[in-house]
Ligand binder design. Structure first.
Ligand code: GAP
Length: 443
């Protein structure tokens, strides 16, 4: 299906996510809370698969990247040093007529309310995005702390501890996956911009003279990841080089995805210079320099960062995967006009294999197959409803393979494996199933 700018497509994805238990509003029975989303059973499986896949690509497959899992609340001085407390904000304006609140940089015409067209707007005001809390029993200035606004700052702060523990020399990277919080003025487009979200960030520490080489390397690696690992089509992503750069940066770009609401940033690849390390050195008073033995010099490491949102990756995958198949609907004896199918890459699908006994009477032996496969794959056992309806349900959650246990199975010790995308049906011996799926799932 053509993925051009389409509010209807976005609505369909949001509604499918709720109906099938991928993602829904947080605190729904209380009317919801703007900018916060809960992941249901299939959403959780998908999100975990995304994180695992990124971790495998960025940490486990490499010899030069280590992992970190830092706290969400860190010393408040970190956010002073990083500039977040002073500068991390947007300009906002309120419409005095309809009471809508807008980010000024997102308004096409900054003199007019995008919601109601009124020109009765408040003057733009600065708004800090850091989420505040208090640590300890007293809620005062002295005990104020902040929920981290990006996962990378603790990486800079822990640089030496990680480097020494992992016995690293430059260049090497530190990666972290975790929650970040921003008091966004205008959370929107489902999970694209929320107030609580997860990031997957990798900070690569290198020598200044090699930094542009690493920047190019990571840009290419990350584009390769989207096309080869996640399977995005070449016309679904593009690179947007930043025209204006922070004074300390040599280069920066966004990898954008073609969402149904238009192109949007999925990931940033940033040359951060020595800014973060120098600032933490200045504010902590600790020496964060690196001694380069080969050249007998002390340097402040230069950093190249790759930073992507987990939730935005999940949304991009949902948009990429969503399809309405009209050609194949009659094939399986169903009389509906449209077959909704999520064509997730098999390694990320929340359910990779569904085991479906043709009749209730076959539940017991079929369940044994399901239990055996669960050791290796994400498997769901489903016995309710007609086989056609069960196929459709699995299509809607993006299951690449359905195993049907039928009355012939007892005789030939084989099952039918139905492929979500081709809808072809293979007869496979039960004792070959594990290998069959391992080959198919590229594991
Ligand atoms: N450390 C650099 C940094 O945080 P960023 O461009 O502010 O850079 C990086 O964020 C990525 O985090 C974005 O490309 C996006 O995928 C994700 N992200 C940022 N703000 C978000 C929000 N409010 N909701 C969901 N994801 C967000």
């Amino acid at each position: 299906m053509e993925n051009t700018k389409s509010p209807e497509l976005m609505e369909k994805i949001v509604s499918l996510c709720k109906r099938r238990g991928f993602i829904f509003q947080s605190s729904e029975i209380y009317g919801g809370i703007n900018g916060f989303w809960d992941y249901g059973p299939y959403g959780t499986a998908l999100k975990r698969a995304v994180e695992k896949c990124w971790w495998n690509e960025m940490v486990e497959k490499r010899d030069n990247v280590d992992g970190l899992d830092s706290t969400v609340i860190c010393h408040p001085k970190i956010w002073k040093a990083s500039g977040h407390l002073d500068k991390f904000g947007d300009l906002m304006t309120d419409c005095r007529d309809c009471k809508a609140r807008h980010r000024v940089d997102q308004m096409e015409d900054q003199s007019k309310c995008p919601a109601c067209g009124s020109k009765n707007l408040t003057p733009p005001r600065e708004f800090n995005l850091m989420m505040k809390t208090y640590v300890g029993p007293v809620s005062d200035e002295e005990h104020t702390a902040y929920l981290r606004a990006e996962t990378c700052q603790p990486i800079f702060v822990d640089f030496h501890l990680v480097r020494v523990a992992a016995r690293r020399k430059l260049p090497f990277g530190i990666a972290q996956v975790g929650k970040a919080f921003r008091n966004e003025i205008n959370p929107r487009n489902f999970i694209f911009r929320s107030r609580e979200f997860s990031q997957m960030e990798m900070e690569f520490f290198c020598f200044e003279e090699d930094s542009m080489k690493w920047y190019e390397y990571w840009k290419n690696e990350r584009v390769r990841y989207y096309t080869e690992v996640l399977g995005f089509k070449e016309d679904e992503i593009k690179i947007h080089e930043h025209e204006t750069l922070a004074h300390y940066a040599k280069a920066a770009l966004d990898i954008e995805f073609k969402f149904p609401f238009g192109w949007g940033e999925l990931e940033g690849v940033h040359h951060r210079g020595t800014w973060d390390m120098s600032r933490h050195q200045e504010f902590s008073g600790e020496n964060l320099e690196y001694f380069d033995q080969e050249n007998n010099r002390r340097i402040t490491p230069t950093v190249v960062e790759t930073s992507v949102g987990v939730d935005r990756t999940v949304l991009a995958l949902l948009c990429h995967a969503y399809d309405e198949d009209t050609a194949a609907t009659k094939k399986e004896g169903m009389d509906e006009d449209v077959r909704i199918v999520l064509r997730f890459p098999a390694k990320l699908a929340p359910v990779q294999v569904a085991v479906l006994p043709l009749s209730n009477k076959l539940s017991e032996p079929a369940n044994k197959i399901s239990t055996a496969l669960k050791k290796y794959f994400r498997v769901e056992f489903d016995v309710t409803g007609s086989i056609g309806k069960r196929y459709r349900r699995q299509d809607e959650i993006g299951t690449p393979y359905c195993v049907t246990y039928d009355f012939k199975t007892e005789e030939d010790q084989s099952v039918t494996v139905r492929d979500r995308d081709t809808m072809a049906q293979d007869r496979v011996a039960i004792d070959k199933l594990k290998q069959y799926f391992q080959d198919k799932l590229d594991m």
